[in-house]
Design a protein around this ligand. Structure first.
Ligand code: ATP
Ligand code: ZN
Length: 293
């Protein structure tokens, strides 16, 4: 149950890699964010909702304990903080904050798979996830937990290997390290408390979740309209990426062609338009979708 009577609470990262995108999602779901004097709490002006702005590491616990009803956090953090008690539930992946937890070593290390890590020291900020990976691989290694700057551990001879988050691999390269194993693929997820909010707020919570789902599924989606020769209709609809069943309508005064409207769930590239045109499609329009439900 939410601790503030009559208001929902959503936990978001205060500053860092997820902060901006989390606020965007909240705004795109129609919540008007007002920055108050209090840096910890932003109010939502048009609904009884507060945003609690905290370190990402605290978000799973706040949501698991019901201090917050919803939260936005990386799967990596959620997984690391998970414990034996009641846990926050994952509502849906959000499609941003993508990164991978990888084991990396200096290139000089003779590496032939996880067994090469046997007996080594590995530095990480994710000791629980790493321990689980090593256990599953049947490897016994020493884990040294660091809060940050994990990538410098091999150079400082603190560890022979590291297990750290990467998105492009540039940081590993800059530190002369080579990625060896993928431990976890992660992205930001929406999580909710295991206990329902107070009675009057359940409906609001459901509607926020539904709106956020709409925002996530409309990201990158496009509305495509075109005219197609009847004879090429099957080939043309097959070219529309992630379109499901498009709407096909008659064109006034023309028996040989139809209008096709489709929601494409994936990016529509110039190459796709060129292929559509080559099949005889004309008057092709690709429009952004603002909201979807
Ligand atoms: P806080 O001060 O909130 O504890 P932090 O320093 O732990 O912040 P950030 O570096 O802001 O965390 O990263 C937040 C989350 O962003 C990560 O837990 C991860 O889910 C995601 N992320 C995406 N790309 C990367 C990356 N290249 N490196 C690290 N995290 C990334
Ligand atoms: Zn953190």
């Amino acid at each position: 149950m939410s601790t503030v009577q009559g208001r929902l609470r959503i936990a978001v990262q205060k500053s860092g890699r997820l902060a901006e995108r989390s606020l965007d999602l909240v705004r795109d779901a129609g919540l008007r964010v007002v920055k108050g004097n209090n840096d910890l709490l932003y109010r939502i002006e048009n609904y009884p909702i507060d945003l609690l702005r905290v370190r990402d590491d605290d978000i799973p616990t706040f949501v698991a304990d019901g201090v917050c009803d919803l939260g936005i956090v990386g799967e990596n953090v959620l997984d690391e903080v998970r414990n034996g008690g009641p846990n926050a539930e994952v509502v849906m992946p959000l499609g941003f904050g993508r990164c991978t937890l990888k084991i990396a070593t200096p290139p000089g290390l003779d590496y032939a798979g996880p067994s090469s890590l046997q007996g080594l020291r590995i530095a990480t900020s994710y000791p629980k996830i790493l321990r689980r990976f090593l256990d599953e691989a049947g490897v016994d290694a020493d884990i040294v937990t660091m809060r940050g700057a994990v990538e410098v551990a091999p150079r400082l001879k603190l560890a022979a290997a590291i297990c750290d988050l990467v998105s492009t691999g540039a940081t590993l390269e800059a530190n002369g390290l080579m990625a060896r194993e993928t431990v976890l693929d992660s992205q930001a997820v929406l999580i909710k408390a295991p206990t329902p909010p107070e009675a009057g707020l359940q409906h609001l919570l459901d509607s926020i979740v539904e709106r956020m789902a709409g925002v996530v599924s409309s990201q990158g989606a496009k509305y495509v309209m075109l005219n197609a020769p009847r004879a090429a209709l099957d080939r043309i609809t097959a070219l529309l990426p992630g379109a499901g069943s498009p709407t096909v309508m008659p064109l006034s005064g023309r028996d040989d062609a139809v209008a096709v409207h489709a929601v494409c769930q994936e990016a529509v590239f110039w190459e796709t338009l060129e292929k559509l045109k080559a099949e005889g499609a004309s008057a092709i329009l690709v429009l952004p979708i603002e909201k979807m439900m």
